[in-house]
Design a protein around this ligand. Structure first.
Ligand code: ADP
Length: 598
């Protein structure tokens, strides 16, 4: 197996965490929903239980007082005292029948002290109670002991489920109990009404007796079933009490087994073919001895669970994914910020490098300009020499003459000579001064510069060479103040370059003339024309390239390229053409800074 990359590991870890979170969310939703749902069901059941119990109480209590009221009628004691009198018995039968009709009781009957029925409302029915022995019934025992008897049972004669109320009949004067009057209530009507209430409340119910036998229920198959296991002893006791007459009693299958003491227990019970889960809440009706159970179905709670779990899983995934997404976004942002700051840092470094390179370039450029200037001076040195030697030789001869005049004591002549010597020295200082100012390194500062003055100063530099070569000079400068914006010393260098190139070019020419002309329209145009051989067509472009020279001995090939840079830095142009009559014409075009004609 290939080893996992850290990225794959991280992805796996995230997936595991995400799935664990999803599982926990589903589990929590399941638990909270069921827990909350059960609490709600229990609260609801308790309420419904109270309502059902109060309904049942009301239904039974309607009949509770009837036996007591009937017992006060002396007719009953009379019949008990005179049981062999058929008229009295019949009269009582009719009376009981009427009362039964009025009260809607199931049956009303009178039993004697031995538990034998003497008279009954159902005297003319085939299952009439008259003559039957009820001494085994607890309601007989209760009444004969002087108490109000209450008992639930299935009628042995009628086979109907009923609730019995009994009351003792006392001997007139209150001495001794002659028998008991019994009112039987048919509970199928009560069951029906209770079932309607249960259907409306969407629950099932059952009522169990003290032996945990269900005798009333909204579900038919639960009826006459035991909630607890039917042991032999229990079966025997049931048979002995005859509470359920001949009806067979089965066991109600419950999972888990029924626990009588616990409330809100969940049981699985059979309804039809299905098994359904219910929550059991119960309450004892103390007087009747009935235990009323409300069985609330859990199914609705479970059926809403899948949708709820789906919803909570969706919300969880949405939240988890949005957290992951925002974390990823934050990481991307940080990465981008890092990249940006790195880029900025690099740009800053490069800018610094560039600035440094620029400075170096400028220094180099300045050096080059200076070198080119010194080269021009170098090429002019022979004529400068000549220019200096002439006044020097004159100085020497004037000085010698002065010496002679002084020796002969010719003071006046000596003084004249000294005057000339001073003038010559001034001239020498002038020449040297101009060269000094030209060769000086420019400060590179721009200012308003007069073109005419600049050309004149350049001419003084090349003048010795002009003179030496016998060049005919024609300078046509305009009258007035023609100013451009730029570095004086550099502009002067441009003129010196072009003029000295022209003088060099005319060395082999028979006619040597240099025409300098300045005109102005929307710009200044300075043209410098010589009578040399001109520039070869093939070299027209090349002559402005650095290091192009045809003057291998003295040239560096930098003069024109530097001149072009200087002119361009002043927003101007420099170009060359050949004149028709021969010779080269250099044209310098410069923007006007100030034009003031006189
Ligand atoms: P350099 O003077 O050192 O040779 P430049 O850049 O000043 O360098 O000139 C380059 C070349 O241009 C010269 O070598 C020459 O061939 C040509 N050139 C310049 N001026 C003239 C001119 N007036 N007439 C003919 N050729 C010229």
């Amino acid at each position: 197996m290939l080893p996992m990359t850290p990225k794959a590991k991280k992805r796996l870890f995230l997936t595991v965490v995400l799935l664990a979170g999803l599982f926990a969310t589903l589990k929590l939703t399941y638990w909270v929903h069921l827990h909350q749902g059960k609490i709600e069901i229990q609260t609801q059941s308790e309420k419904q239980l109270k309502e059902l119990v109060s309904f049942l109480d009301g239904a039974l209590s309607r009949y509770e007082s009837i036996p007591h009221v009937l017992s006060t009628n002396p007719m009953l004691a009379n019949v008990l005292n005179d049981q062999q009198n058929p008229d009295k018995v019949q009269e009582l039968n009719l009376y009981l029948e009427e009362i039964q009709h009025v009260t809607e009781a199931s049956d009303i009957y009178l039993i004697d002290a031995l538990g034998i029925a003497i008279a009954a409302s159902n005297w003319q029915q085939s299952f009439s109670f008259i003559g039957k022995d009820y001494s085994f019934r607890p309601y007989y025992t209760d009444a004969i002991s002087g108490n109000l008897g209450r008992y639930y049972a299935v009628g042995t004669s009628s086979d109907k489920r009923g609730f019995y109320f009994s009351y003792p009949i006392y001997q007139q004067g209150g001495k001794g109990i002659l028998g008991a009057i019994i009112v039987k209530v048919d509970i199928s009507g009560i069951e029906q009404q209770s079932t309607s209430i249960a259907i409306a409340g969407q629950y099932q119910f059952l009522i169990s007796d003290p032996e945990d036998i269900v005798f009333i229920s909204s579900v038919d198959e639960w009826r006459l079933k035991s909630l607890t296991p039917l042991t032999q002893a229990k079966q025997y006791a049931l048979n002995a009490s005859k509470r359920y007459a001949e009806r067979p009693i089965g066991e109600l299958l419950m999972k888990p087994p029924y626990e009588s003491g616990s409330q809100a227990m969940l049981y699985q019970l059979q309804t039809g073919r299905d098994h359904e889960q219910y929550m059991d809440n119960h309450q004892l009706m103390a007087k009747a001895g009935w235990r009323v159970h409300i069985l609330a179905p859990i199914k609705p709670l479970l059926s809403s669970l899948p949708a709820l779990m789906l919803l909570s899983a969706s919300i969880y995934l949405l939240l988890a994914l949005s957290i992951l997404f925002s974390a990823e976004r934050r990481r991307n942002l940080q990465r981008m910020q890092l990249a940006q700051s790195l880029l900025e840092q690099r740009v800053e470094e490069r800018t610094q490098d560039l600035q440094q390179a620029n400075h170096q370039l400028k220094d180099t450029q300045d050096e080059l300009i200076q070198a080119a200037k010194l080269t021009v001076i170098g090429s002019l040195s022979a004529s400068i020499n000549h220019e200096l030697n002439q006044p020097l030789a004159a100085l020497r001869s004037y000085a010698q003459n002065t010496q002679t005049f002084l020796a002969r004591n010719m003071q006046d002549k000596a003084l004249d000579n000294i005057k000339i010597i001073i003038e010559l020295t001034d001239r020498l200082a002038d020449i040297v001064g101009q060269f000094k100012s030209f060769t000086r390194k420019s400060q590179g500062t721009d200012s308003a510069t007069d073109i005419g003055r600049c050309i004149k100063q350049a001419l003084t530099i090349v003048q010795p060479a002009i003179d030496k070569q016998g060049v005919e000079l024609d300078v046509q400068l305009p009258n007035g103040n023609y100013q451009v914006w730029g570095d004086k010393v550099r502009l002067q260098q441009v003129f010196v370059n072009i003029m000295s190139n022209a003088i060099v070019a005319m060395q082999q020419s028979v006619k040597r003339s240099l025409v300098i002309r300045v005109t102005s329209e929307d710009k200044f145009c300075i043209s410098i024309q010589d009578s040399g051989p001109g520039v070869r067509e093939s070299q027209m472009e090349k002559i402005f390239e650095p290091y192009f020279t045809t003057n291998e001995r003295h040239g560096l090939g930098l003069g024109l390229s530097i001149s072009q840079r200087i002119i361009e830095s002043m927003q101007g142009q420099i170009n060359v053409a050949n004149a028709e009559e021969g010779g080269a014409i250099f044209q310098i075009i410069l923007p006007i800074y100030l034009l003031e004609e006189r």
